[in-house]
Design a protein around this ligand. Sequence first.
Ligand code: BG6
Ligand code: MG
Length: 219
Amino acid sequence: MTSKGFIFDLDGVIVDTAKYHFMAWKRLAELLGIGFSNELIEQFKGVSRVRCLEILLLNSNYEFTSYEFEKWLVEKNKIYLELISRVDETVILPGVMNVMNFLRSESIPMAIGSASKNAKRILSQVGIDTFFDAIVDGNVVSEAKPDPEVFRIAAEQIRMDSKDCIVFEDSMAGIEAANRAGMTSIAIGKSNKLSKAHYRFNDFTEIQINFINQLIQKI
Ligand code: BG6
Ligand code: MG
């Protein structure tokens, strides 16, 4: 029996879908005639749909009602679902399956800890839902990352202490959430904004099975 569990963020870690979220927000901003800057990319990563819209509207001086706010959330999701409607296993990021297959071969518990309400749909569309012992997503949590709730629930569901969980994340909010949960955080990505993670790799192809083994055996 192992004493470690691995929790994966979904968008930008397992699958290359962060770009579709971003494209959908950009399109919504165009529809609303709101300015949109590429600097929002990092800010949108890992945070809930509601929070993304709040950030988008923050500097717009746009007057809106709560009805419109809800309508735009639905509209963004409609655009996003259209963009991902035909994605398949080719959106799985390089090197991820190598690590996931190894963990599965060692019977090590794996969970998803994602802010997305579309996590289950994507996992089954891509054909990897059966790898996970728990899927904790935006439908489950009441507090969005950087709050640690999503990872704490995931740890509970795979019956692991927080200190024995290792989290893969591509967002600042997610790294903060993992650190606040008392877990080992591994950043995936090139951004210097990920420096608060315990480890950082540009992508999964840089992660050696030896490194994973060391994490598993660490006391
Ligand atoms: C996260 C993405 O995984 O999910 C965020 O990094 C996104 O950019 C969030 O806003 C919520 O996703 P969804 O699918 O519920 O709109
Ligand atoms: Mg992510």
